[in-house]
Every structure is written in C-alpha cells, then in structure tokens.
Write a protein that binds this ligand. Structure first.
Ligand code: ZN
Length: 303
C-alpha cells in the first residue's frame, strides 16, 4: 500500500519491442482522493469522475508538450455531465454536476453506468497554438467510462484497445485505490498479439484490487502484457490535481447566464460569490464586473 501512496505518482509509458503495442499505466489514488475531498463527492460521483480522471491522464500522456485532452460525458442520468481534462504534463481536473448523488448499491457494485445514463461522449484534443481543437463524438456505450473510451478509440481512430480503470472507495467514502491501464494496438500488429492480449484480459484481476494489494503501475500493465518484451519510454511528469481557473475565466463563463439574469444581478447591486466547480475556489464578482459582463453580452448580441 505504501508504494501506491507515494507522492511521485506518474503515468508510465511502454512500447513492445516490435513497436506494435503502446501502453500507459498509472496509479492515481492521491489525485482522485484530492478531487473527492475538494468536491465532497459521494461514492458514485467519486468513482465516475475518478475513472474519467484516470482515463484522461492515460490518453493525455500520448500527446505532445503543452497539449491537453478532455472527456465530456453528456448523459441523461442523475450525475448529469461528467467532465475530465488532463494535459501531457500530468495536470488533471474534473467534475460532475451532481457530486452528492446517492444511489443504492447493487451488491458490492456501484451502478456507475445508470448514473451516467444514455447520451454522448465527446473527446476534445486541445492544441496549445490556438488552432481549432480536434473533436470526436460517440454514443455512450455503457457509461462505465472504460468501455466508452475504448469505443471512442475504435470508432474515431480505428485503434483496438484495452481500457481498464479502477477506483475503490472505503466505507467512509475515501479513495483507497485509483488507477488504470490503456493498451493500444498500433498498425502492423499480428493476430498472435491480439490473441495473447485477449487471453490475459480474460484472466486479469480487478485494477482496484491489485492496487490495494500494493501493485505498481508497471505491475498493473504486466497483468495484460506479461507475454511481451516492453521498453519504458521517458515520461517524467508527476501527476497532480490542478485547476487553472481565474476570476477572468469565471467571468467569461458567466456570459452563459444571459442578459436578463445579469441585469437582475446588477439591479440587486450585491457582489456575487461564484465557486469553481473543479477546485472549489471562490471568486467575488462585484457590480463593475457584472457591468463588464453585460457589456460583452451586449456586444455579442449585436454580432
Ligand atoms: Zn478552479
């Protein structure tokens, strides 16, 4: 257990020696528990957002410097929207609309899929240059997050993959284990490679259970790729829960409220307290700020 609770958790990246399989794995217990503690999320939201945080970290590790990627689940379930965003450097943040949603347990399983519901998953790849981001949208297959990411990789990039994610919460709701594995088959892979991985997938123990037992990120990967010779790629970026919000960003998002709502706030004349949904930081938006937002909205309405 001590190993997985270390401070220098990072995404480990590997390639098979024939270069036809690339893989990434991470133990992210601390990061997911930090999200849980900031948002005071209950188990279902903790597991759903936690899995999305892990998946976004794994996917972002294959980008380039200063690029980021987000996963946006818009389902019709009680959790509302589930969002996670990570960059190549290992900074990650996320939220759901209803972090305190409570659902009855199904045996010892938390029903994450039904809590997300039916809808769409949009994956956005942001480039640092201000170019238009790349977006891909697929239907939500099961809402279990891992299945949905695998479906996206197949549909949008024709990449067969294994996406195994695990988040385990204690009876008190704290995160005791979180992590995952992303394995992608690259062009030129053989039927034999597929068969070897499929065989391992059938026998692989649960990710959460392995982390609770003290498995490292590399151990998790070997459960799936133990039959291959692996080369580790350099990726020296410790993961952290990090939010880049600012008063300016908060004000820009308030434009979505519309002119009437902003006018009401201006008429009331009181400062508005706005909390960032990612990190809980509070911003005080005062009357001159509201007037500036109104000005921007007015300009927008003329365009
Ligand atoms: Zn924030």
């Amino acid at each position: 257990m001590s190993q997985s609770k270390g401070n220098s958790q990072r995404v480990h990246k590997f390639l098979t020696d024939d270069l036809t399989v690339r893989a990434a794995s991470v133990i992210a217990t601390n990061v997911v528990d930090e999200m849980r503690s900031i948002q005071n999320s209950y188990p279902i939201a903790t597991v759903a957002v936690g899995r999305a945080l892990v998946a976004s970290l794994l996917m972002a590790s294959h980008l380039k410097n200063h690029q980021e990627l987000s996963l946006y689940f818009q389902g019709n379930g009680p959790l509302g929207r589930v969002f996670a965003q990570a960059n190549y450097e290992g900074q990650v943040r996320g939220y759901s609309n209803n972090p305190q949603f409570q659902a009855p347990m199904e045996g010892d399983r938390l029903p994450v899929g039904p809590a997300i519901g039916i809808g769409l998953l949009t994956v956005t790849h942001h480039l640092p240059t201000g170019d238009t981001p790349h977006r891909g949208t697929v239907i939500i297959r099961t809402g279990e997050i891992g299945d949905d990411v695998a479906y996206y990789l197949q549909q949008s990039h024709q990449i067969p993959s294994v996406v195994a994610l695990g988040v385990h919460v204690s009876p008190y709701g704290m995160v005791e284990a979180a992590g995952g594995v992303l394995i992608e088959l690259m062009p030129g892979h053989s039927e034999e490679t597929i068969a070897k991985i499929e065989q391992r997938v059938r026998k692989a123990p649960s990710i959460s259970k392995r982390i609770l037992e003290g498995a490292t990120a590399e151990d998790l990967l070997k459960d799936y790729l133990g039959d291959f010779k692996l080369m580790e790629l350099e990726h020296p970026h410790p993961i952290e829960y990090h939010c880049r919000c600012s008063k300016d960003r908060v004000m820009r998002s308030m434009v979505l409220l519309g002119i009437e709502e902003i006018d009401t706030m201006i008429a009331e004349g009181k400062p508005i307290d706005v909390a960032c949904e990612f990190c809980g930081r509070h911003y005080e938006v005062e009357k001159p700020d509201l007037e500036k937002i109104r000005g921007d909205l007015y300009k927008g309405s003329l365009n």
